[in-house]
Design a binder for this molecule. Structure first.
Ligand SMILES: [Zn+2]
Length: 330
């Protein structure tokens, strides 16, 4: 989506009373709205930035999307793409990444109430496990270490873990950690673990599962929801060898298909920004038998040249305590 379109959309969303009228005049294309966690972020010690919005806000979004777009499935999207022409209509898809339990407990009932389907992207290593992903591990450890400082590996930069602004400090560390050249994010996590052993001990006492189980996912598929792959381990594909990428992409598809007895048509690349996957990733996805591959780059899909490189609009709250519906087009 170019800057001018985005700015116009943003402006339109902010005039909430006019939303219902103005949304009818959005440019044609496929709009993929991507969510992560749903609920009150203030209740978690883990990564609060992964929360997209509250259950009530999601209900409002879903109603607005339903009223103003034609919601389509993965196979319908692939048919649109295979036509090869400009998208003639306003279509929407709602997706959720990572498979957190609140996707089942909070988002799924909202979707059912509104008679709307969505696609849930599962990380097979996370499903039904007590694993905490690297971003939640990092957030938990740094939150419990507020008041101390952390020096990023391969850098002289020291970040103060300000107790009054700890979420900002956590996001600063995660943002910079993702961009350290030739340094896997898991190596950064290892480094953080070594620096803050008492917080690691606190983390190890937490045994709750953050993620939905296979039974939850099965129930959702039986009630009209779609499931997709978010790989085996959520490692950033661009940092892996071609063989490792193939394993993540092919094996996760096979595993979900076996567990849920369904066909997996689509994948969402972990993190999904342009530096997190490659052209090779898209080719492996094609060869693995998927119909669709999603990134996490914002934008309306107008002419879709590559079904394995489709943009999604990430729904994020700028302020975790305040809903800002216009964030869906940022
Ligand atoms: Zn993810």
């Amino acid at each position: 989506m170019n800057y001018r379109v985005r700015k116009t959309l943003n402006k339109m969303m902010s005039i909430s009373r006019l939303n219902h009228v103005l949304w009818r005049y959005l440019p044609k294309g496929v709009y993929v709205f991507n969510y992560h966690r749903i609920g009150d972020s203030a209740t978690t010690l883990f990564d609060r930035a992964v929360f997209s919005c509250t259950k009530e806000a999601l209900d409002m979004h879903v109603k607005l999307i339903k009223q103003n777009f034609t919601l389509i499935t993965m196979s319908e999207l692939r048919k649109l793409i295979d036509k090869g022409s400009k998208v003639d209509g306003r279509y929407a898809i709602i997706t959720f990444d990572d498979g957190y339990y609140d996707n089942y407990s909070e988002a799924y009932p909202v979707l059912l109430d509104n008679n709307v389907s969505a696609v849930f992207y599962l990380v097979t290593d996370f499903v039904g496990s007590t694993v905490t992903p690297w971003w939640d591990d990092i957030a938990f450890i740094l939150r419990c270490s507020a008041g101390q400082s952390y020096k990023l590996p391969k850098s002289n930069e020291v970040i103060y873990l300000d107790p009054d602004n700890i979420d900002k400090a956590i996001q600063q560390v995660i943002f910079k950690a993702k961009r350290i050249k030739n340094f896997d994010i898991l190596q950064v996590l290892d480094d953080i673990r070594k620096c803050f052993p008492s917080a690691v001990k606190e983390l190890s006492n937490k045994q709750e599962s953050l993620f939905m189980s296979w039974e939850h996912a099965k129930e959702m598929t039986e009630n009209g929801m779609e499931i997709g792959s978010h790989t085996l381990s959520h490692r950033m594909l661009a940092q892996l060898s071609a063989e490792e990428q193939e394993q993540e992409i092919k094996r996760s598809k096979a595993l979900i298909e076996e567990k849920l007895d369904i066909t997996i048509d689509s994948i969402a690349y972990p993190v999904g920004r342009y530096h997190c996957y490659t052209q090779g990733t898209c080719e492996i996805t094609d060869r693995a038998g998927y119909l669709i591959g999603f990134n996490n780059e914002p934008g309306r899909n107008n002419i879709i040249n590559n079904p394995f490189d489709i943009n999604r609009i990430c729904v994020d709250e700028d302020d975790v305590n305040q809903l800002k519906f216009n964030s869906i087009v940022c």
